[in-house]
Design a protein around this ligand. Sequence first.
Ligand SMILES: Nc1ncnc2c1ncn2[C@@H]1O[C@H](COP(=O)(O)OP(=O)(O)OP(=O)(O)O)[C@@H](O)[C@H]1O
Length: 218
Amino acid sequence: MSLLEFQNVSFNNEGKSILNDISVQIEENDFISIVGPSGSGKSTFLKLCSYLISPTKGGILFKNKNFTSYEPTELRKNISYCFQTPYLFGDTVMENINFPFSIRNRNPDQKRITALFSMFHMTTAYLNKDVRNLSGGEKQRIALIRSLLFKPEILLLDEITSALDVTNTNIVEAVINTLNKEGMTILWVTHNPEQSRKYANKLLSIADGEIKSWEVIK
Ligand SMILES: Nc1ncnc2c1ncn2[C@@H]1O[C@H](COP(=O)(O)OP(=O)(O)OP(=O)(O)O)[C@@H](O)[C@H]1O
């Protein structure tokens, strides 16, 4: 059974075709790198995967059931999306980390929080820091921790390391690789050819809104 399946998906906006007739099957535990020129439709593909937007034509299935038959909140619990520019809100890191717990009426799981901070080479001393004083790399790691608190089944990553230095990039890549080894399905949009082949088992190349190639590389 595929975990996520695109069946002849097209997405148009204001009469313009952005993605055209995309069919692809993503298996549990895949690590997929998504590459293609700027403006080819990669981010739109991830937005469709996360149910931020819906296809104009065709259907997207999660565990063999159309997205439309799920509650959006149920899908978002299982499918997490991280952006190139991390969005942190409010004043402190703690507000951002506690938020996913509060919307589920749960108390913060300190053990899980500590383990994730440690995975990203940070300590929980960051919880009291003002988000405005964090570096880009720290912000991206906090945003990733926030999206991982409830162990999503699918993690969507949109050029998350393109603004990071080598040290931060290495930390983030290592964590994502570990999560994949532990069973998480990863879809990672990257412009970096070396990064695209480093950990992925499949490579999806998109050009002009269509699949140019779909390769099994490992
Ligand atoms: N909501 C929208 N309305 C109109 N046009 C859009 C919308 N979203 C995306 N586009 C257009 O669709 C095309 C694909 O955009 P998308 O952001 O998916 O490309 P991308 O491959 O991720 O590009 P990049 O690598 O530069 O981030 C672009 O021409 C973009 O301008």
